[in-house]
Design a protein around this ligand. Structure first.
Ligand code: 0A1
Ligand code: ZN
Length: 849
């Protein structure tokens, strides 16, 4: 067996597998360094396939024996697996392989984490477990036997029999191999039950290592809420008698939707008020929902091939966003989603890693679990819903479930149900899946005393491999306001389909003020060419909460850009408008906390670059700090009131109301700490009884140049809790002064608890380094070198996490020649590393291009 060479795979080359599987039986004899996997698979020729080659994927497997219909088989090693000659009739394949979970630090396939066995098979990890057609369009029912000394032995589906050291599982639903899972360990369960709308009793469990059992209650409630929501909103019921979730400490991603046995990064499921922040609770709720929703959008209907990844991910992200909006505040959820989109997806789509929501080629599919596939993929679903309307959306999705249940489907299938159920031609809309880049939407206004006209135009800059862009269908939500702030036209959806188009609104005796792209109705860059007065008006009056927030954001952005480029002082009009919003008690606290925020430094760097100005990280940092200080000064009287008014008596609850109040109080605290030297933060730290308050206080203290004592106390208090210690590692880097970031990071890598094999810990440290804009881009280049050094160290251990973190360098071409030279040298150093993984090699090659 040889490893697959780095070849490029193309969507256009798809062909079906030559065989159909009628059943899979697997037996695992667990041993840390020598697990045996026995497989018995019933194959028959696929009449629809032209390629009849019997090829099974396999990687890092030791073949013990192979047989076809009971006779020893002659297998040939080929790139990425094996081939054999097989009869032109149904046959049984049997194989025994040996694998080494203990040494599997890539965390793909079967591996060990803290003494427990677990699996991660998406996208192509099953081939590290046994020889198999490891592709999502090959679906089969699995029966799994596990022999091992662990107390708990789990796999997908329902348990058939269980005794000491033995368990047998059966999953009746045909599934692709990427949804296979096995877990074995001395685990404890937090149980629950859910009765589905048709009366099925489902046993629920969250399995954890002893010591974590008091951190499961919130996740269990989130699971029940998700099950109920999917029934109420999408009519989707759960389809097994059992649903298991397992928390593992070493995991490359957030979580995984394996059928009936979701595996979670412990950071995405374990929660308690003392150890988790409000942000953690909210994220956990969303991820539990996300993985649960995959049961229908991903598992019952899966993807034909990995190019269709957005079919399950875009839709499932969209569904989890709807869930959060329903359970919490819809405007707050929308603003948070847009912040994430602009923070992660826009830079991706505007740099060398830009790719369509449905990519057309890849070398390593793990590199395409991106913000574009996930978040932009979700935006595309949202636009589709906006265009067809809520009722038509529901009808089309019902048809999708009816028509494709049990299928491995494509984006074409998805769009077809919308075409069939609405009669709409979605040919042009499909460009959202094939064209990369962020469209720019430009607006011009006209008024003649009666008719108000909006002239809209769109264009998208060239992206790698796509020089020419065609116009896309852009739903532009627009409302009109009168000069006194009343809404004179409720939100309407304009459909921009041409490069340029005008929309007329008649019968307006006074010139209306438009509110454009309400609720961020499309993932585009809006260029409105409006002045500060107009923005301030919208900040005060817009009836669309998203656009009201956006008006404030734009004022902040313009103020910052002016400070950076001309040295101007922070904009007084912005501070005035913001003050009025902050004083408005009718607005909920979480929304006001978002209003207090300002564009990130890396967002500002991106904007400057777009405007043809080379960003200077130091100047950006200074302007951002100055604006914060200006807020602290301008709101000197208001901030203590906001802080006081948002203190909560009584027990902690992570709900929208409580977390909103804490976020506003903490936002106020962070500004107050700029003028009181951290006195109030020290008080909050001393009495904090939950992590949200404790961590925010510590953060403010460090920001104020204080907090040494508390930092040590925090470590003392939490040294046994890996997830809390991740926060301790990150925070010190996040709050370091730009010229100290590399040094602090380096010191933390020497801490005895820094363990690069644990992705959470590696990300806590190196992720914080790369996200500290002014520190990462400090002119001495130390942070670039440090990150590269650690990526080179991690690559042979865990290629997937290494490759993902290379994206820290994706914006290298934005900066001045000196920084470009330094980053380019680090990229070269990584590229020239001997035996670099396919994952990292592909990322570095794309980033350098
Ligand atoms: N499908 C999971 C995410 C996931 C993807 C890949 C993984 O390993 C390479 C692990 C998890 C989700 O969307 O939640
Ligand atoms: Zn997903």
């Amino acid at each position: 067996m040889r490893d697959a060479a780095p070849t490029t795979i193309f969507l256009k080359d798809y062909t079906p597998f030559g065989f159909i599987i009628d059943g899979v039986e697997l037996t695992f004899r667990l041993a840390p360094k020598a697990t045996r996997v026995l497989s018995r698979i019933k194959f028959r020729p696929n009449p629809d396939a032209t390629d009849k080659r019997f090829f099974l994927h396999g990687e890092s497997l030791t073949l013990i024996s192979a047989a076809i219909d009971g006779k020893s088989a002659d297998v040939r090693d080929v790139d990425g697996g094996i081939e054999a000659d097989v009869p032109d009739a149904p046959f049984v394949w049997e194989a025994e392989v040996e694998i080494n979970p203990q040494d599997n630090t890539a965390l793909e396939g079967l591996y060990m984490s803290n003494g427990m066995y677990c699996t991660q098979c998406e996208a192509e990890g099953f081939r590290k477990i046994t020889y198999y057609p490891d592709r999502p369009d090959v679906m089969a029912a699995f029966e799994v036997t596990i022999e091992g000394n662990e107390k708990v032995l789990l796999s997908n589906g329902n348990p058939l029999s269980q005794s000491q050291g033995f368990a047998k599982w059966q999953d009746p639903w045909p599934k692709p191999a990427y949804l296979f899972a096995l877990v074995a360990g001395d685990l404890l369960n937090h149980p629950g039950t859910f009765t589905t709308k048709s009366g099925r009793q489902v046993d629920l469990n969250i399995w954890v290592r002893p010591g974590d059992e008091n951190k499961c209650a919130f996740g269990m409630q989130a699971l029940k809420d998700s099950m109920k929501w999917d029934e109420d909103v999408y009519g989707r019921e759960y389809d097994l008698d059992l649903f298991n979730i397992v928390a593992v400490d070493d995991f490359n991603m957030g979580a995984m939707e394996n059928k009936g046995l979701n595996v979670f990064n412990s950071s995405c499921v374990l929660a308690s008020p003392e150890t988790s922040t409000d942000g953690n609770f909210e994220r956990i709720e969303a991820i539990i929902a996300h993985e649960y929703f995959h049961n229908w959008t991903g598992n019952r209907i899966t993807c034909r091939d990995w190019f269709q990844l957005c079919l399950k991910e875009g839709l499932t992200v969209y569904r989890d966003q709807q869930f959060t909006a329903d359970l919490r505040s819809a405007p707050v959820a929308r603003i948070s989603n847009v912040l994430a989109l602009r923070g992660r997806q826009f830079p991706e789509d505007q740099g060398p890693l830009s790719h369509p929501v449905r990519p057309e080629s890849f070398q390593e599919i793990n590199n395409f679990y991106t913000a574009t596939v996930y978040e932009k993929g979700a935006e595309v679903i949202g636009m589709l819903k906006t265009l067809v309307g809520d009722a038509a959306y529901s009808k089309a999705v019902d048809l999708y479930f009816d028509r494709h249940d049990g299928d491995a489907a494509t984006i074409e299938d998805w769009l077809q149900v919308f075409e069939d159920s609405t009669g709409r031609d979605l040919g042009q809309f499909k460009r959202w899946y094939s064209q990369s880049g962020t469209p720019r939407l430009t607006v011009r206004e006209d008024y003649d005393g009666d008719t108000f006209t909006l002239h809209l135009s769109q264009s998208t800059a060239p992206t790698p491999g796509q020089d020419e862009k065609l116009p896309q269908v852009i739903p532009v939500a627009v409302g009109l306001l009168s000069p006194n702030g009343d809404e004179v036209m409720a939100t309407q959806i304009l459909e921009l389909t041409e490069a340029e188009q005008s929309f007329r609104f008649e019968g307006h005796a006074t010139r209306p003020i438009p509110s454009i792209l309400r609720d961020f109705s499309a993932p585009v860059i809006l260029e409105q060419g409006i002045d500060k007065t107009r923005r301030a008006f919208l900040l005060a009056h817009d009836t669309d909460p998203f656009n009201r927030w956006e008006a404030g954001r734009m004022l902040a952005r313009e103020s910052l850009l002016a400070s950076i480029t001309t040295g101007a002082a922070p904009d007084a009009a912005y501070l005035d408008g913001l003050g009025a919003v902050l004083r408005d008690d009718t607005l909920d606290a979480a929304y006001r906390a978002l209003m207090l925020g300002q564009p990130t430094q890396s967002e500002l760097a991106g904007l400057l670059h777009e405007a043809g100005i080379t960003p200077d990280p130091e100047a950006i940092h200074t302007a951002s700090e100055d604006l914060r200080n200006a807020k602290a000064a301008a709101f000197g009287d208001l901030l203590p009131v906001l802080y006081q008014d948002n203190q909560i008596d009584g027990p902690y609850s992570p709900d929208a109301d409580g977390s909103g109040k804490r976020s506003l109080a903490n936002a106020a605290l962070s500004l107050i700490s700029r003028t009181d030297g951290g006195a109030l933060a020290a008080e909050q730290y001393a009495k904090a009884d939950n992590m949200t308050l404790q961590l925010a206080a510590l953060s403010c203290l460090l920001d104020a140049g204080a907090g040494k004592e508390q930092l040590a106390a925090f470590e003392q208090q939490w040294h046994d809790d890996r997830l809390v210690m991740d926060k301790w590692f990150s925070l010190q880097i996040m709050q370091a002064k730009p010229d100290q970031v590399a040094e602090v990071t380096k010191r933390l890598t020497q801490h005895p608890d820094f363990d690069m094999k644990n992705p959470n810990r590696f990300r806590a440290v190196m992720g914080a380094l790369s996200m500290h804009h002014a520190g990462f881009h400090h002119k001495n280049g130390a942070a670039y070198a440090l990150l590269a050094e650690w990526l080179i160290k991690l690559d042979p251990v865990n290629p997937q996490t290494t490759a993902r973190m290379c994206s820290a360098f994706q914006t290298w071409k934005r900066y001045d020649p000196a920084r470009q030279t330094m980053m380019s040298a680090e990229l070269d150093r990584i590229a020239n590393t001997k035996d670099l993984s396919r994952d990292t090699n592909e990322m570095i090659t794309r980033i350098r291009s």
